[in-house]
Write a protein that binds this ligand. Structure first.
Ligand code: MSP
Length: 512
């Protein structure tokens, strides 16, 4: 039976250029997608752009261009970023595409037929920056005397005809769903936040707007455009071919994981399952929410001018180093700080010293002392060999369990335990001394190291695809043996290895 896995990133608002916070959720989703492929799953990995709504319309007006021209340009930046980050996405959805408008219309019609949508009048607060409605009791007044939402976004009073979704009727069924599916919201700490919001009572949700035009028209009532969150969330269905039940990707629904930031969990864990249940469509299996990055201790903002720009960062440090740092530095779900110093330190200590040196030391000894051929495995292996090999062989299961719960930092720590153990093993076995006293044993030690490095490089491919590809090239591992299952095929004694080259150079800060 085909094992399928469907993972998504949020679709990004095209009101401004991408930054490191956007890159983070996408990289985390990419690691998950690549891991599942490595584990033999048929994976569908989706990312894209959220192009409708008042916020994008305003950004286009400010730029003095029509919204479609504006969104075309910014969507292109996000597409380019996906390539720069090395995302292995199978599709890139833009909500201005026809296929998406069609899916939105189909879902809307389903909800109308089910009696879940009715026409009324909305009067209340709206924050354009969050594209969200707020109750009076949620608002405060900021230092400038402006009424703001809990996110700090200014609110405005909106009064207009609107269609409503009967969200209030879904409170008990949502709570029952969270109860029956304890892993629906991850990390677990986020569950309480969502359940207490739902327990606090739900009011019907305004799902259309009439005061602007930049959105998906409501079927049979073109004076209304759909609320941008109903439109945006539907992207996850659109990409599976919805509403065509026999579309090639239809079988990927329900999604396995929606990766999101903590600020948008309410939309994904409350509104989205309610819309889906109301339309009789299965609900995604999990919504996993990451924390937020600050930059050098401060909130990232355009006005402070401290937005960390992923292209520049990757240009300077390389894609894999940035991917590694982002997933290693901040436990998924927590907030974290991006600092250049911390990045350089991890790059030099963990990548260059720990992993880079392990590989370089082992492979250059094979090149110099074994005519560049893979020495035979120890028979029987010494106790130290057995211990280290067992640790390496345990990696797929350990990383798999950590990645399953989006604990990427734990997965990396497990790999680094083995890297550190392998470095201790070299120091202890001292193959350079064995060269003079016991050349056969020297070869065995180097062979154990090659086996261990192969395991490490294989499981780290999802995190650092380019450099681990190069590491596996240095070990002459054939392309078809680079999966988790491929680890079962032993390396071949006597195989010629390419001349070793360094994979992670130390980063030296230029002094001005
Ligand atoms: N368009 C909506 C999502 C719709 S999904 C159906 C949206 N877009 S966004 O561009 O504003 O944000 C996209 C993602 O980036 C969110 O998950 C948000 O949490 C994340 N981040 C934005 N700034 C961030 C940081 N500083 N740190 C980490 N993630 C951040 O919301």
């Amino acid at each position: 039976m085909t094992r399928r896995f469907y993972v998504t990133t949020p679709i990004y608002y095209v009101n401004g250029a991408p930054h490191i916070g956007h890159a983070y959720t996408s990289i985390a989703a990419d690691v998950l997608a690549r891991w599942k492929r490595l584990d033999g799953y048929d994976v569908f990995f989706l990312t894209g752009t959220d192009e409708h709504g008042q916020k994008v319309e305003k950004a286009a007006q400010d730029a003095g261009v029509d919204p479609q021209t504006f969104t075309d340009a910014v969507a292109e930046q996000f597409q380019a970023l996906a390539a720069t980050l090395g995302l292995s996405n199978d599709d890139f959805i833009r909500t201005t595409e026809e296929r998406h408008k069609r899916a939105c219309a189909a879902l809307w019609t389903k909800l109308v037929e089910a009696g879940e949508i009715y026409l009324g009048h909305y009067e209340g607060w709206y924050a354009v920056r969050d594209e969200a409605f707020y109750g009076e009791d949620e608002l405060t007044t900021n230092a400038h005397g402006i009424r703001v939402a809990p996110s700090g976004a200014p609110v405005e009073w909106v009064r207009e005809p609107s269609y409503f979704f009967r969200l209030s009727a879904w409170q008990d069924r949502l709570l029952a769903h969270y109860d029956a599916n304890p892993d629906f919201i991850g990390p677990h700490a986020r569950r309480n936040e969502v359940t207490s919001f739902v327990r606090g009572g739900l009011t019907d949700l305004s799902v259309s707007r009439t005061s602007f035009r930049w959105g998906v028209p409501v079927p049979n009532d073109p004076a209304h455009v759909m609320y941008v969150w109903l439109d945006a969330l539907t992207n996850y269905l659109t990409a599976t071919g919805y509403p065509d039940a026999d579309a090639p990707r239809a079988a990927f629904w329900p999604a396995d994981v929606h990766m999101v930031g903590k600020d948008i969990i309410r939309f994904h864990a409350v509104y989205w399952p309610a819309f889906l249940m109301a339309a009789g469509i299965p609900v995604p299996r999990r919504v996993a929410a990451n924390g937020w990055w600050t930059a050098e201790g401060e909130k990232m903002s355009k006005s402070l001018g401290n937005v960390v720009e992923p292209n520049a960062l990757i240009g300077e440090f390389g894609r894999d180093a940035v991917r590694f740092f982002l997933l290693r530095e901040m436990p998924f779900g927590n907030d974290g700080d991006f600092s250049r110093r911390a990045l350089i330190s991890r790059l030099n200590v963990e990548l260059a010293n720990d992993l880079g040196n392990l590989c370089q030391r082992s492979l250059s000894m094979i090149a110099r002392n074994c005519e560049g051929r893979l020495p035979a495995a120890p028979n029987p292996p010494a106790e130290a060999d057995v211990g280290l090999l067992a640790q390496a062989q345990a990696l797929p299961a350990l990383l798999g369990a950590a990645i399953e719960t989006q604990s990427f930092h734990v997965a990396l720590e497990e790999a680094w335990k083995v890297i550190r153990a392998a470095n201790a093993y070299i120091d202890h076995q001292a193959p350079w001394a064995l060269k003079k006293t016991d050349i056969v044993r020297m070869g065995e030690v180097l062979r154990v190291l090659a086996d261990v490095i192969r395991h490490i490089a294989t499981v780290l491919q999802p995190f650092m695809p380019d450099s681990m590809e190069r590491m596996l090239d240095l070990l002459a591992v054939p392309a078809e043996a680079r999966s988790l299952a491929g680890l079962a095929t032993p390396m071949m004694d006597g195989m010629t290895l390419p001349a070793p080259v360094g994979i992670f150079p130390r980063f030296v800060e230029e002094v001005a």
